[in-house]
Write a protein that binds this ligand. Structure first.
Ligand SMILES: Cc1ncc(C[n+]2csc(CCOP(=O)(O)OP(=O)(O)O)c2C)c(N)n1
Ligand code: SF4
Length: 278
Protein backbone atom coordinates (compact mmCIF):
# COMPACT_ATOMS: atom_id res chain seq x y z
CA UNK A 1 0.00 0.00 0.00
CA UNK A 2 1.24 3.49 -0.82
CA UNK A 3 2.45 5.58 2.08
CA UNK A 4 0.03 8.27 0.96
CA UNK A 5 -3.05 6.04 0.60
CA UNK A 6 -6.18 7.51 2.19
CA UNK A 7 -7.89 4.13 2.52
CA UNK A 8 -8.50 2.98 6.09
CA UNK A 9 -8.02 -0.75 5.39
CA UNK A 10 -4.58 -2.35 5.44
CA UNK A 11 -3.10 -5.54 3.97
CA UNK A 12 -1.70 -6.89 7.25
CA UNK A 13 -2.45 -10.47 8.22
CA UNK A 14 -5.28 -10.65 10.77
CA UNK A 15 -4.03 -12.35 13.95
CA UNK A 16 -6.98 -11.84 16.33
CA UNK A 17 -8.88 -15.04 17.16
CA UNK A 18 -11.83 -15.58 14.81
CA UNK A 19 -14.92 -14.00 16.40
CA UNK A 20 -12.94 -11.87 18.89
CA UNK A 21 -14.88 -8.65 19.61
CA UNK A 22 -11.69 -6.73 18.79
CA UNK A 23 -12.87 -7.16 15.16
CA UNK A 24 -16.06 -5.30 16.10
CA UNK A 25 -14.17 -2.53 17.89
CA UNK A 26 -12.07 -2.11 14.73
CA UNK A 27 -15.27 -1.85 12.66
CA UNK A 28 -16.67 0.77 15.08
CA UNK A 29 -13.49 2.86 14.98
CA UNK A 30 -13.41 2.78 11.17
CA UNK A 31 -17.08 3.72 11.01
CA UNK A 32 -16.44 6.73 13.27
CA UNK A 33 -13.46 7.89 11.18
CA UNK A 34 -15.40 7.44 7.92
CA UNK A 35 -18.26 9.52 9.31
CA UNK A 36 -15.85 12.28 10.41
CA UNK A 37 -14.13 12.23 7.00
CA UNK A 38 -17.54 12.88 5.42
CA UNK A 39 -17.72 15.93 7.72
CA UNK A 40 -14.46 17.22 6.15
CA UNK A 41 -12.00 15.88 8.73
CA UNK A 42 -8.84 15.16 6.71
CA UNK A 43 -7.44 11.62 6.62
CA UNK A 44 -4.04 12.96 7.71
CA UNK A 45 -5.56 14.74 10.74
CA UNK A 46 -6.06 11.36 12.46
CA UNK A 47 -3.28 9.67 14.40
CA UNK A 48 -3.12 6.71 16.75
CA UNK A 49 -0.88 5.29 19.43
CA UNK A 50 -1.06 1.87 21.04
CA UNK A 51 0.27 -0.19 23.92
CA UNK A 52 1.25 -3.84 23.50
CA UNK A 53 -1.55 -6.43 23.75
CA UNK A 54 -4.25 -8.09 21.66
CA UNK A 55 -6.06 -4.72 21.68
CA UNK A 56 -2.99 -2.89 20.43
CA UNK A 57 -2.80 -4.99 17.28
CA UNK A 58 -5.43 -2.54 16.01
CA UNK A 59 -2.38 -0.47 14.97
CA UNK A 60 -1.84 -2.84 12.04
CA UNK A 61 -5.42 -2.75 10.81
CA UNK A 62 -6.12 0.97 10.41
CA UNK A 63 -4.18 2.93 7.85
CA UNK A 64 -3.54 6.13 9.76
CA UNK A 65 -0.24 7.52 11.03
CA UNK A 66 0.89 6.73 14.52
CA UNK A 67 3.20 5.07 16.93
CA UNK A 68 3.15 1.45 18.16
CA UNK A 69 4.07 2.19 21.75
CA UNK A 70 5.21 0.19 24.75
CA UNK A 71 2.97 -1.67 27.18
CA UNK A 72 1.25 0.90 29.42
CA UNK A 73 2.59 3.81 27.41
CA UNK A 74 0.04 4.61 24.69
CA UNK A 75 -1.08 7.68 26.67
CA UNK A 76 2.25 9.54 27.00
CA UNK A 77 2.95 8.79 23.33
CA UNK A 78 -0.44 10.27 22.42
CA UNK A 79 0.18 13.26 24.66
CA UNK A 80 3.47 13.83 22.82
CA UNK A 81 1.65 13.86 19.47
CA UNK A 82 -0.84 16.45 20.77
CA UNK A 83 2.08 18.64 21.85
CA UNK A 84 3.86 18.25 18.50
CA UNK A 85 0.78 19.15 16.53
CA UNK A 86 -2.26 20.36 18.49
CA UNK A 87 -4.46 20.03 15.40
CA UNK A 88 -4.27 16.22 15.26
CA UNK A 89 -7.15 13.96 16.29
CA UNK A 90 -5.16 11.48 18.36
CA UNK A 91 -6.53 8.15 19.62
CA UNK A 92 -4.68 6.02 22.19
CA UNK A 93 -5.70 2.33 22.16
CA UNK A 94 -4.97 0.13 25.17
CA UNK A 95 -6.09 -2.97 27.01
CA UNK A 96 -7.30 -2.83 30.61
CA UNK A 97 -3.98 -4.34 31.71
CA UNK A 98 -1.89 -1.58 30.14
CA UNK A 99 -4.31 1.24 30.93
CA UNK A 100 -5.09 0.43 34.57
CA UNK A 101 -1.92 -1.39 35.64
CA UNK A 102 1.40 -0.12 34.28
CA UNK A 103 -0.27 2.89 32.61
CA UNK A 104 -2.49 4.04 35.46
CA UNK A 105 -0.43 7.11 36.40
CA UNK A 106 -0.50 8.27 32.76
CA UNK A 107 -4.28 7.88 32.69
CA UNK A 108 -4.75 10.07 35.79
CA UNK A 109 -2.42 12.81 34.57
CA UNK A 110 -3.92 12.76 31.05
CA UNK A 111 -7.27 13.57 32.67
CA UNK A 112 -5.67 16.38 34.67
CA UNK A 113 -3.89 17.88 31.64
CA UNK A 114 -7.03 17.73 29.46
CA UNK A 115 -4.99 17.61 26.26
CA UNK A 116 -7.09 17.08 23.17
CA UNK A 117 -7.01 13.28 22.64
CA UNK A 118 -9.13 10.15 22.98
CA UNK A 119 -8.22 7.17 25.16
CA UNK A 120 -9.94 3.95 24.02
CA UNK A 121 -9.67 0.98 26.38
CA UNK A 122 -10.62 -2.54 25.21
CA UNK A 123 -11.59 -3.92 28.64
CA UNK A 124 -11.72 -7.73 28.63
CA UNK A 125 -10.80 -7.95 32.35
CA UNK A 126 -7.71 -9.98 31.44
CA UNK A 127 -4.11 -9.63 30.27
CA UNK A 128 -4.98 -11.66 27.18
CA UNK A 129 -1.93 -11.47 24.92
CA UNK A 130 0.18 -12.92 27.73
CA UNK A 131 -2.35 -15.77 28.20
CA UNK A 132 -4.86 -14.46 30.68
CA UNK A 133 -3.46 -13.13 33.96
CA UNK A 134 -5.63 -10.97 36.26
CA UNK A 135 -5.75 -7.24 35.58
CA UNK A 136 -6.99 -4.48 37.91
CA UNK A 137 -10.53 -4.95 36.54
CA UNK A 138 -10.68 -8.77 36.88
CA UNK A 139 -13.43 -10.03 39.16
CA UNK A 140 -12.72 -11.63 42.55
CA UNK A 141 -12.26 -15.38 42.09
CA UNK A 142 -10.88 -15.28 38.52
CA UNK A 143 -8.44 -18.20 38.36
CA UNK A 144 -5.55 -18.05 35.93
CA UNK A 145 -2.24 -19.84 35.52
CA UNK A 146 -0.55 -17.01 37.42
CA UNK A 147 -3.28 -16.82 40.11
CA UNK A 148 -4.37 -20.48 40.58
CA UNK A 149 -6.11 -19.66 43.89
CA UNK A 150 -8.15 -16.96 42.17
CA UNK A 151 -8.05 -13.15 42.33
CA UNK A 152 -8.58 -11.95 45.91
CA UNK A 153 -8.60 -8.16 45.37
CA UNK A 154 -11.55 -5.89 44.58
CA UNK A 155 -11.59 -4.74 40.95
CA UNK A 156 -10.89 -1.12 40.13
CA UNK A 157 -13.81 0.82 38.67
CA UNK A 158 -12.22 2.84 35.81
CA UNK A 159 -15.29 5.03 35.33
CA UNK A 160 -15.13 6.15 38.97
CA UNK A 161 -11.38 6.69 38.61
CA UNK A 162 -11.95 8.82 35.49
CA UNK A 163 -14.51 10.99 37.30
CA UNK A 164 -12.18 11.41 40.30
CA UNK A 165 -9.25 12.29 38.00
CA UNK A 166 -11.17 15.09 36.28
CA UNK A 167 -11.63 13.44 32.86
CA UNK A 168 -13.86 15.78 30.83
CA UNK A 169 -15.51 13.10 28.65
CA UNK A 170 -16.28 9.63 29.99
CA UNK A 171 -18.18 6.97 28.04
CA UNK A 172 -18.71 3.25 28.04
CA UNK A 173 -19.78 1.03 25.15
CA UNK A 174 -20.36 -2.64 24.33
CA UNK A 175 -17.87 -3.94 21.72
CA UNK A 176 -20.64 -6.04 20.19
CA UNK A 177 -22.75 -2.94 19.41
CA UNK A 178 -20.70 -1.55 16.52
CA UNK A 179 -23.04 1.31 15.57
CA UNK A 180 -23.26 2.61 19.15
CA UNK A 181 -19.49 2.29 19.67
CA UNK A 182 -18.92 4.24 16.43
CA UNK A 183 -21.37 6.96 17.49
CA UNK A 184 -19.72 7.34 20.92
CA UNK A 185 -16.16 7.35 19.51
CA UNK A 186 -17.19 10.08 17.07
CA UNK A 187 -18.48 12.18 19.98
CA UNK A 188 -15.29 11.48 21.93
CA UNK A 189 -13.08 12.64 19.04
CA UNK A 190 -15.16 15.80 18.66
CA UNK A 191 -14.91 16.57 22.38
CA UNK A 192 -12.44 19.41 23.06
CA UNK A 193 -10.06 17.92 25.65
CA UNK A 194 -9.21 14.48 26.93
CA UNK A 195 -11.93 11.88 26.27
CA UNK A 196 -12.12 8.32 27.55
CA UNK A 197 -14.11 5.46 26.02
CA UNK A 198 -14.19 2.24 28.03
CA UNK A 199 -15.29 -0.60 25.73
CA UNK A 200 -16.60 -3.75 27.41
CA UNK A 201 -15.10 -6.59 25.39
CA UNK A 202 -15.33 -10.36 25.78
CA UNK A 203 -12.17 -12.43 25.38
CA UNK A 204 -13.16 -15.78 23.88
CA UNK A 205 -10.15 -17.61 25.34
CA UNK A 206 -9.35 -16.16 28.78
CA UNK A 207 -11.56 -15.04 31.73
CA UNK A 208 -14.57 -16.46 29.92
CA UNK A 209 -16.79 -16.53 33.01
CA UNK A 210 -17.13 -12.72 32.94
CA UNK A 211 -18.27 -12.69 29.26
CA UNK A 212 -21.80 -12.10 27.93
CA UNK A 213 -22.93 -9.24 30.13
CA UNK A 214 -25.09 -7.84 27.31
CA UNK A 215 -28.33 -8.37 29.22
CA UNK A 216 -27.10 -6.11 32.02
CA UNK A 217 -26.29 -3.27 29.63
CA UNK A 218 -28.67 -0.42 28.89
CA UNK A 219 -28.24 2.78 26.91
CA UNK A 220 -28.32 6.14 28.66
CA UNK A 221 -28.82 9.66 27.34
CA UNK A 222 -25.69 11.84 27.19
CA UNK A 223 -25.15 13.11 30.73
CA UNK A 224 -23.49 16.35 31.90
CA UNK A 225 -24.33 16.13 35.60
CA UNK A 226 -21.45 14.97 37.80
CA UNK A 227 -23.62 13.68 40.67
CA UNK A 228 -25.60 11.58 38.18
CA UNK A 229 -22.36 10.35 36.60
CA UNK A 230 -21.23 9.09 40.01
CA UNK A 231 -24.52 7.24 40.47
CA UNK A 232 -24.16 5.70 36.99
CA UNK A 233 -20.57 4.68 37.71
CA UNK A 234 -21.66 2.93 40.91
CA UNK A 235 -24.25 0.75 39.17
CA UNK A 236 -21.68 -1.91 38.26
CA UNK A 237 -18.55 -2.73 40.24
CA UNK A 238 -16.80 -4.94 37.59
CA UNK A 239 -17.03 -7.83 40.00
CA UNK A 240 -19.55 -10.13 38.39
CA UNK A 241 -22.84 -10.25 36.63
CA UNK A 242 -24.88 -8.30 39.18
CA UNK A 243 -26.03 -4.73 38.77
CA UNK A 244 -26.81 -2.76 35.64
CA UNK A 245 -24.20 -1.56 33.20
CA UNK A 246 -24.97 1.88 31.75
CA UNK A 247 -23.50 2.47 28.29
CA UNK A 248 -23.24 5.79 26.45
CA UNK A 249 -21.81 9.17 27.45
CA UNK A 250 -21.66 9.00 31.26
CA UNK A 251 -20.17 12.47 31.74
CA UNK A 252 -19.11 15.44 29.65
CA UNK A 253 -17.84 18.83 30.76
CA UNK A 254 -16.25 21.56 28.67
CA UNK A 255 -13.13 22.97 30.34
CA UNK A 256 -10.01 24.68 28.92
CA UNK A 257 -7.78 22.17 27.14
CA UNK A 258 -3.98 22.03 27.44
CA UNK A 259 -3.95 23.66 24.00
CA UNK A 260 -6.03 26.57 25.37
CA UNK A 261 -3.93 26.91 28.52
CA UNK A 262 -0.45 26.85 26.95
CA UNK A 263 0.16 29.98 24.79
CA UNK A 264 2.62 28.39 22.31
CA UNK A 265 0.23 25.50 21.71
CA UNK A 266 -2.70 27.89 21.38
CA UNK A 267 -0.78 29.83 18.74
CA UNK A 268 -0.12 26.64 16.74
CA UNK A 269 -3.72 25.56 17.12
CA UNK A 270 -5.03 28.93 15.95
CA UNK A 271 -2.68 28.88 12.94
CA UNK A 272 -3.65 25.22 12.29
CA UNK A 273 0.00 24.12 12.12
CA UNK A 274 2.43 21.88 14.05
CA UNK A 275 5.96 22.71 15.29
CA UNK A 276 7.36 21.32 12.05
CA UNK A 277 5.62 24.05 10.02
CA UNK A 278 6.68 26.87 12.34
C1 LIG B 1 6.57 -2.99 30.22
C2 LIG B 1 5.98 -4.32 29.82
N1 LIG B 1 5.40 -5.08 30.76
C3 LIG B 1 4.83 -6.23 30.41
C4 LIG B 1 4.86 -6.65 29.11
C5 LIG B 1 4.24 -7.97 28.72
N2 LIG B 1 2.96 -7.79 28.12
C6 LIG B 1 2.77 -7.69 26.77
S1 LIG B 1 1.18 -7.68 26.32
C7 LIG B 1 0.71 -7.81 27.93
C8 LIG B 1 -0.75 -7.98 28.29
C9 LIG B 1 -1.65 -7.04 27.62
O1 LIG B 1 -2.88 -7.06 28.32
P1 LIG B 1 -3.90 -5.91 28.14
O2 LIG B 1 -3.23 -4.59 28.22
O3 LIG B 1 -5.05 -6.13 29.06
O4 LIG B 1 -4.37 -6.10 26.62
P2 LIG B 1 -5.11 -7.34 25.93
O5 LIG B 1 -4.02 -8.26 25.45
O6 LIG B 1 -6.01 -7.99 26.93
O7 LIG B 1 -5.87 -6.69 24.82
C10 LIG B 1 1.79 -7.83 28.81
C11 LIG B 1 1.72 -7.96 30.28
C12 LIG B 1 5.47 -5.85 28.14
N3 LIG B 1 5.47 -6.15 26.83
N4 LIG B 1 6.02 -4.68 28.52
S1 SF4 C 1 -6.94 -14.00 23.10
FE1 SF4 C 1 -8.92 -13.06 23.57
S2 SF4 C 1 -8.62 -10.83 23.25
FE2 SF4 C 1 -6.90 -11.92 22.28
S3 SF4 C 1 -7.53 -12.12 20.12
FE3 SF4 C 1 -8.12 -14.02 21.19
S4 SF4 C 1 -10.24 -13.68 21.86
FE4 SF4 C 1 -9.37 -11.69 21.33
Amino acid sequence: MSLFSKKLDTDYEMTWCPGCPNHMILAGVKQAIKSLKKQKYKHESFALTTDVGCSSKIFDYININGLYGLHGRAIPAALGLTLGNPNLNVMAFMGDGGAYSEGISHFIHAARFNSNMTIIVHDNQSFSLTTGQCTPTSQIGFKSKAEPMGEVNQPLNPVKMAIASGMTFIARTNAKDIAHTAEVIEKAIKHPGCSFVEIIQDCLIFNKEINNKDKLMYKIKDNKNKAKAELLANQWDYNGKNGKIPIGVIYQEILPTLQDKWPRLKELKDKKIGWAQK
